[in-house]
Write a protein that binds this ligand. Sequence first.
Ligand SMILES: Nc1nc2c(c(=O)[nH]1)N[C@H]1C(S)=C(S)[C@@H](COP(=O)(O)OP(=O)(O)OC[C@H]3O[C@@H](n4cnc5c(=O)[nH]c(N)nc54)[C@H](O)[C@@H]3O)O[C@H]1N2
Ligand SMILES: Nc1nc2c(c(=O)[nH]1)N[C@H]1C(S)=C(S)[C@@H](COP(=O)(O)OP(=O)(O)OC[C@H]3O[C@@H](n4cnc5c(=O)[nH]c(N)nc54)[C@H](O)[C@@H]3O)O[C@H]1N2
Ligand code: SF4
Ligand SMILES: [Mo]
Length: 673
Amino acid sequence: METIRVVCAHDCPDMCSLVVQVENGSVLRVAGDPEQPFTAGFACAKVNRDAELVHSPDRLTTPLRRIGAKGERRFAPITWDEALDEIETRWRAIIAESGPLALLGYAYSAHQGQINRHIVNGMFHALGATRLLAGTVCDSCCETAWEMTLGPVGGADPESVVDSDLVIAWGADLMAVNVHVWALLEKLRKTGVQLVVIDPRRSQTAARSDWHLQINIGTDAALACGIAHILQRDGLLDRAYIAANTLGFEQWSAEVLCDFPPARVAEITGLAEADIERLAAMYGAAKRPFIRLGEGMTRLARGGQALRAVAVLPALTGAYGRRGGGALLTTAGSMDFDFSSVRKPSGPATTRLVNHSLLGRELLEMRDPPLRALFIAANNPAVTCPDANRVRQGLARQDLFTVVHDPFMTDTARYADIVLPAATYLETEDFYRAYGSYYVQFAPAAVPPQHQSWTNLRLAQELARRMGLTDEVFSLPQREIFPRFFEGATGAVGRIDPATLLDHRPAKAAPPEAQAFATPSGRLEIFSAQLAAEGLPPLPTWQPDAQEVEDAARWPLRLLTAPSFFQPHTAYAGVAFLRGREGEPFCVLHPQDAAARGLQHGQAVRLFNDHGTIALRLHVADEVKPGVVLVPGQRPAGEARAGTINMLCGDRLTDMGAGATYQSTFLEVAALV
Ligand SMILES: Nc1nc2c(c(=O)[nH]1)N[C@H]1C(S)=C(S)[C@@H](COP(=O)(O)OP(=O)(O)OC[C@H]3O[C@@H](n4cnc5c(=O)[nH]c(N)nc54)[C@H](O)[C@@H]3O)O[C@H]1N2
Ligand SMILES: Nc1nc2c(c(=O)[nH]1)N[C@H]1C(S)=C(S)[C@@H](COP(=O)(O)OP(=O)(O)OC[C@H]3O[C@@H](n4cnc5c(=O)[nH]c(N)nc54)[C@H](O)[C@@H]3O)O[C@H]1N2
Ligand code: SF4
Ligand SMILES: [Mo]
């Protein structure tokens, strides 16, 4: 038996170092690597089962060609050569007739390291194809809002949380998505430090916190403005820090904060006035308060405002300047790598863009030229994209040549003309950079690609060769590609010699402890001239959203979505054990809302609005407040009674970063008859 050091590649902030036990080319066991200080020897409940992911009986074993209607799931096995010949022939013909813009590469981050994650879109970049504005389904809103406030810099080191004196999980279900921060907190809380959770859901984290504030969805900006109002009223500001490090506080105070007295904030947020006072007093008294910012609160129409308002708070008390204080959204901004060799090897400076969240619309509406060929890798838009019905309509177009590269037969792959079997990360060598901590690591494949599967890198390199692309990156092995990421790197990353990473061990690259700001002014921008130029409110504020108000008047319930505990989106649909642990796809209603509709716990219900109808199992619980329907995760349509949640979500975009607005969805629930 062999033990191999690898890295967990799932789209997760923690980026655990793992040790994998392998025998005769099979993964026997996956466990946390005790030598990584942050992830500290334990993997989460999902990844402990990754042997079952690699060896799942549901894995695709060969390339497939469609023989039935699109979406019908009738395919016949073909060889790799046949599949690649057909792709090359079709792409060349489409480029000759309509130009390269008729091609779209739609590859996303899911579950690989930096090379396999980016090389596919890199290949389309070099071809001059239409480009994917990636990540708008996930973090483009919160990242843009953070950048408009602090600049492109990472937040507090999660390992510094052990030195904080108050921790706030602000819209972050740590136990589900950030379990190693949770582990650090368990120790810290024994010393009397309190954990406050601000979340519309009594998540597992909220249920185990010292104090849960069950805020109304989409009202975080009002709460943050209210806290700032009280800090100022009570003389709890660090005036010297504000004067030296921020821009626009006096204007914010005069034009915005005056409108957020506790009574009004209570009305907007649904929190008690006394609780808002108590929270502000706690925050003002803490010397090193640490805010873990979740992304969930930004996946709605005014999500950018929410993130900006909360991200200002640590500046008001000077917490950004102290170890243990500050805020953490992601860390990636302070790890100064140059990924252009894989992301943009060559190709025209600009082409045209397709927003990741607008796939359905663009497949149906884009002209001059219309999209004629689509290549999807590491992505399951028929489930995870907003307006999933429209995505499916687009994928069903007879004149669209679609290739899907995935380890499993996903809802999306059912619409493909050609399906190609993909390797998982445990079958792939790659370089990894965390986004929720400051570690990097280079890791080998634990086992060879299973069945006939290919890694993303191998496939992109072969397609590049066939399409006549000659960039070096399309012929180099991983170990010669990743040192290029370090070329020109500055700061903590610049101090790492990539050659030392060939030992497959983690290295840390944390920036200095005091939070840096990299905005145009070099300060934390409470006032943002960039936002003003875009016609957005330049000062963080909460305002009602006209469309949401209109939709709320027509539909009585609002959607709350949150990650599933045992499922990262759809990528573990092929692991029977975890599918069973998560159970049949369900929604949660407060007992009052269930009673008002005559609904019982456990019965099948219909969820519907103008976008469509789906059917799920009902859970009745006071985990959410009246007026809210919680639907955890995004589950394949075949697992549910009918459909998938994003069929009810429109493709409207957020105020900043052109992101998805799942939580600006209003709907009704009724018995399934
Ligand atoms: N188990 C599991 N882990 C995952 C994933 C998964 O699907 N499953 N997905 C991975 C991916 S791709 C990502 S991007 C990350 C991060 O995923 P995130 O979406 O950032 O997850 P959280 O940080 O838990 O944020 C969701 C929390 O925000 C709360 N929330 C929703 N709306 C609001 C609001 O208006 N205000 C406030 N205060 N809170 C709100 C939800 O109730 C939920 O508890 O997780 C990764 N980890
Ligand atoms: N309603 C609602 N919708 C959401 C969210 C929400 O909170 N609520 N969250 C959004 C977020 S944060 C995200 S990140 C997206 C995620 O959206 P997706 O990226 O579409 O989600 P996944 O299901 O994680 O992964 C996509 C596919 O990658 C495949 N895969 C895994 N490893 C590899 C590999 O090495 N190579 C290839 N080629 N394929 C591989 C998996 O089998 C899976 O089919 O969903 C978004 N959708
Ligand atoms: S906690 Fe995150 S990084 Fe760690 S094993 Fe689980 S999914 Fe992977
Ligand atoms: Mo995500």
